[in-house]
Design a protein around this ligand. Structure first.
Ligand code: SF4
Length: 705
């Protein structure tokens, strides 16, 4: 990957925003500026960048940075801050047991940070109370994969999107949320005019620009649609019966729910006209090379896992998985949501995709770590974790690289819970978020451009994030902060890492350890690499075969899954009721093109902030007219949890009965528009993912008192 055309100062790194995981060339200038370009050699983006990635150089300045440790709002030395954290966690564990402490971490952490945080909590504290904001993003996909495949493995690759003849995008505004993947599809569609794109979304988002068909589905009706599709495939003799017989179980039970396929009934449940249903079902039945891409519109639901399995069922029924140009494909929202999955960053997982409920896996990991105590059951998932903070069960909480006082559902209750927690530690790059306000100890962390480690993107590709800026003030890498606390808690030997390369090598070695024989891959397979080799690491994709050492490609090409009988499982899922009469609006939350999460970084760029200068509520004009709401007027959205005031944006892109509000604005940027205070904390019973797109709200014109 040496490129003589690059400046000697140019560093190859990875974009810190979304799960596409684009390669970035960063060149720091003498005047403090950083020139940014897409890395033409990176297989995720081949030189492309979106607006957020292109503006990275505008977001690395130090305004608002946390530059020194603080205890109770006053500057403190690292030693005193770390001693206090270790001592308060140790005291809570001694007095109240290991489950009285918790970590809430983030898809912004690098894999090495995630690995040591998970190791400390699960293997040395002895609790599994470590969960991540990725719970809010893709845990329903994880659960769906586990149910169907026996492990959390994304089958496909980005290349499949370019090889497909049909791409079904459901619950995914790829144009704004994964823009470079959208660009790759748009370019492929020009080259291959036979490619068709179907968008399934209650909103006619910008992604509709490349869609041949837009199905404006009723919110939460995805299961009804894909169960209907399964019934249609059976009736049209479009099943791959040989594949079903040889590689799967459970088909009959899934089909019993799907049959007969009555388009009128499916139309009532989904809100999609029967002729459109017929057109989509027929296109799917006839197109062998088909990829179904899904994202938060599927995952962020109280029935998200069932939706995922309804989609996977259709691919298993047609045998369209593990081959070029076909498969179900969940795209992750965060830059390292996938890396977190690999090292067990979810409360119900162990490192290396092993399972905490599996005694053999627990033993293997405990032996590998030589740990004194091992968590024996799943810990608290994000929503339950903050409820446990609120009711006093959690005595010490450490929040890393995330802002739950804004981003969790029912965010005001989360803020109240933090206020009552006896001991809150926050490690972050920002001094003033709505979460840092509740911290007893603030620890200054390294930011993008300073961090050194790896991330994994949505297609399982591991890339380096490399530093090109000096650590400012007293900021330290997250892995260093965690290991220093671990040492002070008495675990010096197990956390004696000198650099992230050593952590990566340990992660790789664990991933290559033989488990119960149910898999023939490892994640990293670079256990023996030196620090120099780690520095030079080129982006690579797992799986890597333990036998052949080969890298990359698709999973399940040979039809062998990770279930005990090596067969994929159909899951018999029932559609939820989506036609209950409720006069209130369904509140859909999500991203805009140019902002990221709670805007702590993108809010620093005037260029990015110009796309939407303020938050808004997108409402159908007919709904607005019924309520006397004029375009661009202020409206109040309210429910039992609170109210927000934003400007109305009238557009027939929105389905009737639904309102869309972006999730980015916080107290810091607009005190009246923290939409997450309205969002329900109802969760999917399988995955624990909250139904972030399914709160109910009333809307009326705002009248100043
Ligand atoms: Fe960064 Fe995602 Fe944009 Fe790529 S698509 S540049 S990873 S935000």
């Amino acid at each position: 990957m040496d490129n003589p055309a690059l400046s000697p100062d140019t560093v190859r790194t990875t974009c810190p925003y979304c799960g596409v995981g684009c390669g970035v060339l960063a060149t720091p200038g003498d005047d403090g500026t950083v020139a940014i370009a897409g890395d033409p050699d990176h297989p995720a983006n081949f030189g492309r960048l979106c607006s957020k990635g292109s503006a990275l150089g505008e977001t690395v300045h130090l305004d608002g940075r946390l530059l020194e440790p603080q205890i109770d709002g006053r500057a403190a030395s690292w030693d005193s801050a770390l001693d206090l954290v270790a001592s308060r966690f140790s005291t809570a564990i001694r007095e109240h047991g290991p489950d009285s402490v918790a970590f809430y971490v983030s898809g912004q952490l690098l894999t090495e940070d995630y690995y040591v945080a998970n190791k400390l909590m699960k293997g040395f504290i002895g609790s599994a109370n470590i969960d991540t904001n990725s719970r809010l993003c893709m845990s329903s996909s994880v659960a769906g994969h586990m149910r169907a495949f026996g492990s959390d493995t994304v089958p496909g690759t980005y290349e499949d999107l370019e090889l497909a003849d049909l791409i079904v995008l459901t619950g995914s505004n790829l144009a704004w949320c994964h823009p470079v993947l959208y660009q790759r599809i748009a370019a492929a569609k020009v080259k291959r005019p036979q490619m068709r794109v179907v968008l399934i979304d209650p909103r006619r988002t910008m992604t509709a620009d490349i869609a041949d068909m837009h199905l404006q589905i009723r919110p939460d009706a995805d299961t009804a649609l894909f169960v209907g599709l399964l019934g249609f495939l059976a009736e049209q003799s479009a099943l791959n019966k040989a594949y079903i017989a040889q590689y799967t179980t459970g088909f009959e039970a899934a089909l019993a729910i799907a049959s007969p396929c009555d388009l009128e009934t499916i139309s009532i449940k989904t809100g999609i006209a029967p002729d459109q249903l017929l057109a989509f079902f027929t296109l799917f039945a006839r197109t062998e090379r088909c990829v179904t891409v899904y994202s938060q519109g599927v995952n962020q639901s109280a029935s998200g896992t069932d939706k995922v399995n309804a989609i996977i069922n259709c691919h298993l029924a047609t045998g369209r998985i593990g081959r070029p140009g076909m498969g179900p494909f969940s795209v992750t929202g965060q830059p390292n949501a996938m890396g977190g999955r690999e090292v067990g960053g979810l409360a119900n997982m162990l490192a290396s995709h092993m399972q905490i409920e599996n005694a053999g896996h627990r033993r293997l990991v405990q032996d590998f770590w030589a740990s004194p105590t091992m968590a024996t059951k799943a810990g608290l998932k994000a929503v339950d974790l903050f409820k446990a903070v609120g009711d006093g069960r959690i005595k010490a909480l450490w929040i890393m690289a995330t802002n739950p006082a804004d981003s969790m559902p029912e965010a005001d209750l989360v803020a109240k819970a933090l206020k009552t927690c006896p001991f809150v530690v926050v490690s972050d790059i920002n001094a003033n978020t709505d979460t840092t306000a509740y911290a007893h100890v603030l620890l200054p962390a390294a930011g993008w451009g300073e961090k050194d480690g790896t991330v994994t993107n949505s297609e399982r590709r591991i890339s380096r994030q490399r530093p090109f800026l000096t650590l400012p003030g007293e900021a330290k890498p997250d892995w260093w902060i965690i290991t220093e606390v671990a040492k002070r808690m008495g675990f010096a030997t197990a956390f004696a890492y000198q650099n992230p390369a050593q952590i990566f090598a340990e992660h790789a070695a664990l991933s290559g350890t033989e488990n119960d024989g149910s898999r023939d891959f490892n994640i990293a397979a670079h256990a023996a690499i030196s620090a120099t080799g780690y520095d030079a690491l080129s982006p690579f994709q797992w799986p890597q075969s333990q036998r052949s050492g080969s890298s990359g490609g698709r999973f399940f090409a040979g039809g062998a899954f990770f279930t005990p009988d090596r067969r994929a499982r159909f899951i018999a899922v029932h559609p939820v009721d989506t036609v209950t009469i409720d006069q209130r609006f369904t509140l859909n939350t999500g991203r805009v093109r140019d902002h990221w999460h709670t805007m702590t970084r993108t809010g620093k760029s005037a260029r990015l902030s110009a796309h939407f200068a303020e938050p808004f509520a997108e409402i159908h004009p007919l709904d607005a007219a019924e309520r006397g709401i004029a375009d661009a007027s202020l409206v109040k959205l309210h429910n039992d949890h609170g109210n927000i005031i934003v400007r109305a944006l009238l557009t027939d892109r929105q389905i009737r009965g639904s309102v869309f509000v972006p999730m980015h604005w916080t107290n810091q940027f607009s005190g009246s528009a923290r939409v997450d205070i309205l969002v329900t904390s109802r969760t999917d019973p399988v995955s624990g993912q909250p139904a972030l797109k399914m709160a109910k709200v009333d809307i009326r014109p705002f009248e100043a008192a």
